[in-house]
Design a binder for this molecule. Structure first.
Ligand code: CO8
Length: 257
């Protein structure tokens, strides 16, 4: 597949997607979101891939959905033609996805980063939901995922004023997992992705599913879910291998089985 708006590579067991519309600060148009989904489909099907990374440029992860593409849209077009469906699919992937964010992650760019499982930010990253400045509100999960990540006070502040938040503020408020110097963003993110990809894939997928469950159900339901899938992992050869390797003081050789 020839991509025009993204670059797609594999680095060992890691699938890397680089958003690549530099002339528009990686503004997320329909073509780009479609291409991201095509690349994700490929990585999800590829048994050799254990973790995915989405990144942008040093100046911008993505400065939002493409305003020029949206500007003349009418209400029926926006509501009836389900432009949200491909965005939703990014957030519903089974394999872990890390967002490596440098520069602007604004509007749909911040929402895309939040659809990933966690965010590693360069020290120059800036996050925000500035849609209010355009006479609209976040439309791809910003009011929901941001609120769950940083709480009501800061989500209201960001969504109502449209101000941007530094990487440091984003880390303190729980949006970002780690901050690294800009020059180390890709090496540190790939190191984290390789660490994930070296584990047993069934346990990685189930850990992701279980953490995400915490956002959907009560504590007791979540605990029941966790116990059921914890128990089910004892049916895998990788559980036997992982625990035998610990006892024998050697590295496990997981077979994703
Ligand atoms: N859409 C389209 N083009 C953009 C966008 C964007 N979001 N952001 C930047 N660009 C373009 C600029 O128009 C400019 O192009 P040109 O050179 O042709 O004029 C080029 O990128 C460079 O941008 P600037 O000259 O503005 O660069 P600066 O460094 O001066 O400023 C900013 C950088 C502050 C990031 C500025 O570009 C900006 O404010 N961008 C818009 C940020 C924004 O409002 N984002 C939210 C967009 S709305 C949204 O994301 C809703 C999501 C809903 C998803 C639901 C889908 C179904």
């Amino acid at each position: 597949m020839a991509y025009e708006t993204i670059l797609v590579e594999t680095k060992g067991k890691v699938g890397l997607i680089t958003l690549n519309r530099p002339q528009a600060l990686n503004a997320l148009n329909g073509q780009l979101i479609g291409e991201v989904n095509t690349a994700l489909d490929g990585f999800e099907k590829d048994a050799g891939i254990g973790c995915i990374v989405i990144t942008g440029s040093e100046k911008a992860f993505a400065a939002g959905a493409d305003i020029k593409e949206m500007q003349s849209r009418t209400f029926p077009e926006t509501y009836l033609d389900d432009k949200f469906e491909p965005w939703d699919r990014i957030g519903q992937r089974r394999k872990p996805i890390i967002a490596a964010v440098a520069g602007f992650a604004l509007g749909g760019g911040c929402e895309l980063a939040m659809m990933c499982d966690f965010i590693i930010a360069a020290d120059n990253a800036k996050f925000g939901q500035p849609e209010i400045n355009l006479g609209v509100i976040p439309g791809a999960g910003g009011t929901q995922r941001l609120t769950k990540a940083v709480g009501k006070a800061k989500a209201m502040d960001l969504c109502l004023t449209g101000r941007l938040m530094s990487a440091q503020e984003a880390e303190h408020s729980g949006l970002v997992a780690r901050i690294v110097p800009l020059a180390d963003l890709m090496s540190e993110t790939l190191k984290a992705a390789e660490a994930i990809a070296s584990k047993s894939l069934p346990s990685v997928l189930m850990a992701k599913e279980a953490v995400n469950r915490a956002f959907e159900v009560t504590l007791n339901e979540g605990l029941r879910f966790e116990r059921r899938i914890f128990s089910s992992l004892f049916a895998t050869a990788d559980q036997k291998e992982g625990m035998a390797a610990f006892a024998e003081k050697r590295k496990p050789d997981f077979k994703n089985a």
